[in-house]
Design a protein around this ligand. Structure first.
Ligand SMILES: Cc1ncc(COP(=O)(O)O)c(C=O)c1O
Length: 363
């Protein structure tokens, strides 16, 4: 008798562990573990979400037409080449399902977003990591790992959990160095936070050919993680493929309504970005003043590295912070056991985490 067995690769998947949100016995939590927008969602998005309550018996618009039109208008994109998903996670996973399979390789950086290996293993492909320099992927290291079996390269830009980024010239050189039959997926989840003018989220690279996709999310600066909403801007052929394999009603009505309202609240987006632009360097500088190494970040979080001295190490810091109700994210699962990733929060959260780390480091 043979037993029921999943496809090869599935049992190699260690399920994704989300940022913690609770500590037993602690009532007031400061949650800085999931890079959720500090100011929360736009009040208009909340109102739009509530406004859907009376039509919960109706299926959503399977084509997310109004939402894709709003996204297209904001970014100057053809809505027909936008595909929405239940979070960008869904779209990133669908790309793996469509373009990789057993025998294929899926490439990304050593400390890339921890879902990428799961997407690869989930379709029976082999995840391949390219070494990084100072927590930054390099074009040369990625290209050196390309083989004839490479099918997809995932590039989070900026990357989570390191916060580092490649410039527009570097991403362009990366695409230029890849074979045409390799899909470059530029995951620009944190694009709205980047203030450098040598950055690109990748739109013009998508437009330049038929083998680049850019993904975006409503979970970070738009702070709508709970509704699960993300999207991809694709070449026509890739949009067609994604529309064939995505579930027909993958984006809920409430998510679509909240997304449209969030996009239209430009003032709130600006306020959220300005908040981050002010508090990201403040947080990084305070951590450095504690004697900690901070990786330069272009997102809404910083990767802080703790000494491996058995007293002030990252695991002990996590414990100490938890005792005060503060929850950042250990980066051990991303291969950085000395690191803690701290999301930019509101002012009193920032002051609380800085005070706590200062106290921890002076012990
Ligand atoms: C780089 C990156 N990509 C994608 C995601 C997934 O976001 P979501 O599925 O909420 O859109 C995240 C979330 O942490 C991320 O950091």
């Amino acid at each position: 008798m043979t037993s029921l067995t999943p496809r090869p690769g599935i049992l190699d998947i260690a399920p994704y562990v989300p940022g913690a949100s609770k500590i037993q016995g602690v009532e007031r939590i400061i949650k800085l573990s999931s890079n959720e927008g500090a100011l929360g969602p736009s009040p208009q998005a909340i109102a739009a979400y509530r406004g859907m309550a009376d039509t919960l018996h109706r299926y959503p618009d399977g084509g997310s037409v109004e939402l894709r039109t709003a996204i297209g208008t904001l970014h100057g994109l053809d809505p027909d080449r936008i595909v929405c998903g239940a979070g960008s996670d869904e779209v990133l996973g669908l790309l793996a399902r469509a373009y990789a399979g057993p025998g294929d390789e899926v490439l990304f950086g050593e400390h890339a977003f921890t879902m990428y290996p799961l997407f690869a293993l989930g379709v029976g492909a082999t995840p391949v990591k390219a070494p990084e320099n100072d927590y930054t992927v390099t074009v040369n290291a990625l290209l050196a790992k390309v083989t004839e079996r490479t099918r997809i390269l995932y590039l989070a830009n900026p990357n989570n959990p390191t916060g580092t980024m490649l410039t527009k010239d570097e991403v362009t050189a990366l695409r230029g160095g890849l074979r045409d039959d390799i899909l470059l997926v530029i995951d620009a989840a944190y694009a709205e936070y980047v203030t450098r003018n040598d950055y690109t989220a990748g739109i013009e690279l998508v437009d330049a050919g038929d083998n680049v996709v850019m993904t975006r999310t409503f979970s970070k600066i738009y702070a709508l993680g709970a509704v699960r909403l993300g999207w991809a801007y694709c070449p026509e052929s890739v949009a067609d493929v994604l529309n064939r394999i995505r579930p027909p009603f993958n984006v809920t009505s409430a998510a679509q309504a909240a997304g449209v309202a969030a996009i239209n609240d430009v003032e709130f987006l600006t306020r959220s970005r300005d908040h981050n632009t002010a508090w990201l360097p403040w947080l990084a500088e305070r951590m450095e003043e504690c004697g900690l190494a901070v990786v330069p970040s272009f997102g809404n979080f910083v990767l802080v590295r703790f000494p491996e001295d058995g007293i002030h190490d990252a695991a002990s810091a996590m414990e100490f912070l938890a005792s005060l109700g503060i929850i950042p994210r250990s980066t051990a699962s991303a291969g950085i056991p000395s690191g803690i990733r701290i999301t930019v929060g509101v002012e009193d959260e920032m002051r609380a985490v800085v005070n706590a780390v200062t106290e921890f480091m002076s012990r």
